[in-house]
Design a protein around this ligand. Structure first.
Ligand code: F6P
Length: 547
């Protein structure tokens, strides 16, 4: 069954929220805290190893009630059932959206076209397990009989970002295999990676759902050519494996059909790390850890599916984001993990959020009359504090920010961790309260500043504060916790798409650039520039004349 089609701005809740916004837009969060010291107990969620404190937001109970009303009017509950049950909710591509089935329990029954997909999912999982064990234990060997030391994941977008992010994030759990990622069609990058490799001991995992992606095919061909300088055509089958839905194209490339890990069209690229697309994760950290990652995601799925909306982490995070995006006019959101391991989390989630919800036509095919997808960006703290935090603190833009931190460090270095976490807590407090002119003046007096100097400096040193943040405090960075964290954001994307009444699971916008690039490549190859706008023609001619 299709999703409901409700223009959010026509709901009663939206109209009430618009009115309510007039009352809230200038409210001081500090004043809200002063007035009510139970605020945090009202606005936090504790679940498994997660604690989310969302009390540092410009909201009161009425805001939350109205946002929940909006979710109900948008029929969120029913949409969640359709999402998990495998209904065709990706209507423009006529597909179900079932990355959740990839991490479901073996006893689950999830049907696509009347067929339970779980047995197939578990068949591929067991193939991932045995393949991983053979490579990690050195039982499967390269063409000269040596065990594998390096793995190269060749893929782009969802076939790269998820595995690359997780392998980086779970470095602590890694085995001896060196895992590399080649994504960009930039030949210089491929050459830099190749330089580090020995063809005798390197396994190549080509990941492409469609097996038609220009970047991935070009990189794979270049790498195969390099490989064939030391090995024979038959050796390709020993060193190249693939993850794809397009078995025919994969075998045409020379990959042994036994070394193909299938995936399904009901798994979107940007949500595919839970499928065999995560093979390089399993190779890097072992199947048990990979399975734990999936188990963590499944626990979050259960939470999202069954928990009341007022205690439901993805729902609350999505609603808060809508509050700022659609009522305060915030255009972007920052995501700041206080863990260097999570340095690729924001780039990974950029695809999730921006490819999914970067849409301007509603589910009725009409242009939306309201803002949709937010811009997501971020870098780990404390590095980001020394880079762009100035703008979050004192700039003119409102940037709601998620702070993600862990109670325990992995190597047990308490001194570093306490310093790291003191920054984590300090930043959300500074963003909440800012610094009043009275406080700044008191400091000036203490420093013995002249009246004239103090008067000049005062406006620059005052921080307005009142900047909203969510604090996501997790016990420890384990594979399971990471799985839950990623799934939490996936469901936030879903909730936003439902309320904005858009289709979150297609990505037609990416296609135009691909088509144009292909026809421009023909012009470059034939050295003949066809008709373009004058800027593009000028640039192309410059390129051709100087290459
Ligand atoms: O950029 C568009 C896109 O289709 C992404 O959604 C996808 O993750 C990526 O390209 C790679 O696609 P494929 O896995 O088919 O090579």
């Amino acid at each position: 069954m299709a999703l409901h089609n409700t223009n959010p701005t026509n709901t009663l809740a939206w109209q009430k929220l618009q009115k309510h916004f007039q009352e809230m837009q200038n409210v001081s969060m500090s004043a809200l805290f002063d007035k009510d010291n139970t605020r945090t107990s009202q606005f936090h969620i504790q679940w498994n190893d997660f604690l989310i404190d969302y009390s540092k937001n410009i909201i009161n109970q009425e805001t939350l009630d109205l946002l929940l009303e909006l979710a109900n009017e948008a029929q969120l509950k029913d949409s969640i059932s359709k999402y998990f049950d495998g209904d065709i909710i990706n209507q423009t591509e006529n597909r179900a959206v079932l990355h959740t089935a990839l991490r479901a329990k073996e006893t689950s029954i999830i049907k696509v076209d009347g067929e339970n997909v779980i047995p197939e999912v578990y068949e591929v999982k067991s193939k991932i397990k045995s393949f991983t064990n053979e490579i990690v234990n050195g039982d499967r060997k390269g063409f000269t009989g040596k065990p594998f030391t390096d793995v190269v994941n060749i893929g782009i977008g969802g076939s790269d970002l998820g595995p690359a992010m997780v392998v980086e994030a779970l470095q602590y759990y890694k085995n001896h295999l060196n895992v590399h990622f080649v994504s960009n069609v930039d030949g210089d990058h491929v050459n830099e990676i190749i330089k580090k490799l020995n063809p005798e001991t390197t396994l190549f995992v080509i990941v492409s759902k469609t097996f038609t992606t220009q970047e991935t095919l070009t990189n794979s061909e270049t790498i195969r050519e390099w490989f064939l300088k030391s090995a024979s055509q038959e050796d390709v089958a020993k060193h190249f494996v693939a993850v794809s839905t397009n078995i025919q194209r994969v075998t045409e490339f020379g990959i042994n059909p036994d070394n193909v890990f299938p995936m399904w069209d009901w798994v979107g690229g940007r949500f595919s790390l839970w499928s065999a697309v995560g093979l390089s994760i399993s190779l890097a950290v072992g199947f048990e850890n990979y399975n734990e990652l999936l188990a963590g995601a499944n626990e979050m799925d259960e939470h999202f599916k069954t928990e009341d909306f007022d205690k439901n982490m993805p729902v609350i995070l999505a609603l808060l984001s809508i509050w700022y995006n659609n009522f305060f006019g915030a255009e972007s959101e920052a995501l700041i993990p206080y863990s260097q391991y999570l340095q690729k989390l924001a780039p990974y989630l950029q695809q999730g959020f921006m490819e999914s919800n970067g849409k301007s036509v509603d589910r009725d095919g009409k242009p939306v009359g309201y803002q949709t997808g937010t811009i997501i960006w971020g870098e780990p703290g404390t590095n980001s504090q020394h880079a762009f935090f100035q703008l979050i603190h004192q700039g003119t833009k409102l940037i709601p920010t998620d702070f993600i931190g862990f109670v325990k460090p992995l190597y047990g270095n308490e001194d570093h961790h306490d310093k790291l976490m003191s920054n984590f807590f300090a930043q959300t407090e500074a963003l909440l309260h800012g610094k009043s002119s009275a406080k700044v003046q008191a400091e000036f007096i203490k420093q013995g500043l002249s009246e004239e100097k103090a008067k000049f400096l005062l406006p620059f040193k005052v921080f307005a504060g009142n900047k909203p943040t969510n604090t996501i405090l997790i016990q420890k960075l384990t594979p399971k916790a990471l799985g839950s964290l990623v799934a939490m954001y996936e469901h936030k994307i879903f909730v936003q798409g439902i309320i904005w009444n858009i289709f979150s699971y297609d990505q037609w916008g990416v296609e135009l650039g691909k088509q144009l690039a292909n026809s421009i490549l023909d012009e470059i190859n034939s050295k003949k520039v066809n008709s373009h706008d004058s800027s593009t023609a000028f640039l192309l001619n410059h390129f051709l004349n100087n290459k």
